[in-house]
Design a protein around this ligand. Structure first.
Ligand code: HEM
Length: 431
């Protein structure tokens, strides 16, 4: 069999492939995605072509799952077939071989080892609990920042402040201290997210040397990698120099990572830990401002439950039921990773009765599924109370609602993210 980016080509002639829209020569289906956000354009295409579609982005074959049944097959029934990540040509320049971090690590022993450490040690409920003082301190700092900004100006940029809080809180839990150069870190992170989210010419035409030659992306990815590695090296050096030796209870997440020598994972956990919680908080604040009744109800709950309490701690969060529903609804309405993180088919298999060839990139359009009227009443409205009468949860068993993914590659940072979001939301609303 001849191979093109790992897809076994001679099998394709016999395969029963998922339906596709009309393609154009050379560019394939790229024109269908022009001018819209990919998850929106893909949702519109899926309405016409079905819950499992095959797109060709340039020469890159991509299967998109857009229903709960399709998502269940990809992330549960056939999870093992899709348990590796898709590595585009430019992404390859972002990592050194064998140092892909956890998010992009290929399925195998190295990923399994670091994943086990992540779930059992780094991001376990006990570990997350142990950083509650850090979160409470950082949330207090955020509130003081908002208060002093509000006395100086009429407009407070809460998005920026929330991003700084999420970064400080994650970074302090992970490396024990605030970053000296937090703003540079946030700028680097923002650039990384933009670079990683973009498809470049070599990604679309993986076997074309000309595409690689013409593109500036591999060079930019390489420089980005060098900058990130430099940043991580400085963090590790700083950490080693300032370490108080001999106190095992003072071990932070970086100590755990250094024990297993995984700087790539440090980059992933720092980046994802900061970025996703900030995005969630920013969307929640935007929706509360757009929906004054929801805002009122959320504030009433916080002020009623926490009445007379000068200090709010994480012990109080369990009592805030409506706030919890607001977070659930925000993750439905605006999942921070609308297409989850791309998977790759490890061996040809069937999904919804169609063949998905080995090597195909597979996307789950979680955003489209969690707004599909087939599963949700009034899906285009922000209605937290809907979850009050529903058992649907984001823990990876309800495939109409998977903001954290599901299966073997499901997000291990869920507990870490949720406490960060809940605490700040409660405090900001109380004030
Ligand atoms: C609201 C917050 C968050 C959301 C919505 C989110 C979402 C996701 C999603 C959709 C995936 C891919 C799942 C899949 O392929 O099935 C993922 C993977 C991952 N997330 Fe999160 N995440 C969040 C917070 C965090 C935090 C706070 C951390 C760490 C501190 C984290 C660490 C990771 C890692 C390491 C992976 C890769 C797992 C693997 O490939 O085995 N996430 N996340």
């Amino acid at each position: 069999a001849s191979r093109r980016r790992g897809v076994v080509v001679d099998d394709l002639a016999r395969a029963r492939l998922p339906p596709s829209p009309r393609a154009l020569p050379v560019i394939g289906h790229l024109h269908h995605l022009a001018g819209a956000l990919p998850h929106r354009a893909m949702r519109d295409l899926a309405r016409r072509h079905g819950p499992l579609m095959l797109l060709r982005l340039g020469a890159l074959p991509v299967v998109v799952a857009s229903s709960a049944d399709a998502a269940r097959e990809v992330m549960k029934t056939r999870d093992l077939h899709f348990a590796t990540r898709s590595m585009t040509q430019t992404l390859r320049h972002a990592f050194l071989e064998g140092a892909e971090g956890i998010i992009f690590a290929p399925y195998g022993d190295a990923w399994r080892q670091v994943r086990r450490i992540c779930t059992l040690e780094l991001l376990s409920a006990r570990r997350v609990q142990s950083f509650r003082n850090v979160r409470e301190e950082e949330a207090g700092r955020l509130l003081r920042g908002v208060a002093s900004a509000a006395t100086l100006a009429k407009v407070v940029n809460l998005s920026e402040m929330v991003a700084a809080y999420a970064a400080d809180s994650a970074v302090r839990a992970i490396i024990g201290n605030r970053l000296k150069d937090r703003d540079a870190f946030l700028a680097l992170l923002e650039r990384s997210v933009k670079l990683f989210a973009r498809m470049s010419l070599p990604d679309l035409y993986p076997s074309s040397r000309l595409a690689m030659f013409l593109s500036r992306m591999p060079g930019r990815m390489k420089r980005q990698r060098e900058e990130l590695v430099g940043f991580m090296d400085a963090i590790v050096r700083d950490h080693e120099e300032n370490k108080v030796t001999g106190d095992a209870n003072k071990e932070d997440l970086l100590d755990v990572l250094l024990r297993i020598q995984r700087e790539g994972d440090l980059q992933d956990v720092l980046g994802t830990g900061s970025e996703t919680a900030a995005t969630t908080l920013q969307w929640i604040m935007a929706e509360l401002m757009r929906n004054p009744r929801v805002m009122q109800k959320a504030q009433d709950e916080v002020r009623h439950v926490l009445a007379g309490q000068h200090k709010v701690t994480e012990d109080d969060l369990g009592k805030l039921q409506y706030i919890h529903l607001v977070i659930k609804e925000a993750l439905r309405f605006h999942p921070p990773a609308p297409l989850l993180f791309p998977r790759e088919c490890r061996s040809t298999c069937q999904v919804l009765g169609f063949d998905v060839p080995k090597g195909t990139m597979v996307l789950v359009n979680a955003w489209a599924i969690s707004r599909d009227p087939e599963y949700w009443d009034m899906p285009e409205e922000f209605l937290p109370a809907w979850f009050d009468n529903s058992t649907i949860d984001f823990k990876g068993t309800d495939f109409e609602y998977t903001p954290f993914g599901a299966g073997r590659r499901m997000c291990p940072g869920m507990a870490f993210a949720l406490v960060n979001v809940e605490l700040v939301l409660a405090l900001v609303l109380k004030r």
